[in-house]
Design a protein around this ligand. Structure first.
Ligand code: SF4
Length: 82
């Protein structure tokens, strides 16, 4: 699967995502605790809107990043799942 605007693959490894998330979270202060984070990721894993096992189709975020931000909500259109 490639990007619509170029030929770059949109498939990213878990290791690459973990590195990106770790880097980006350095700038964040309001983080979900581990229990809440795991609950959110479990809901994402069973969600039909999860693409490539990594990305929310509604916001385009890596769910490993969005779920870690305490102040974020799930953007599922008919009602937030978390
Ligand atoms: S809609 Fe919500 S539960 Fe589904 S993948 Fe996106 S953030 Fe996760």
């Amino acid at each position: 699967m490639t990007c619509k605007g170029c030929s770059t693959s949109v498939i990213v490894s878990e290791e690459e995502i973990d590195t990106l998330v770790e880097e980006q979270l350095q700038f964040e202060e309001d983080l979900a605790n581990d229990v809440l984070y795991k609950e959110r990721l479990e809901l994402c894993r069973s969600c039909p809107s999860l693409l490539y096992n990594t990305t929310c189709s509604h916001c385009g975020c890596f769910v490993k990043f969005r779920a870690k931000l305490a102040y974020k909500k799930c953007p599922f259109p008919t009602g937030a799942k978390w």
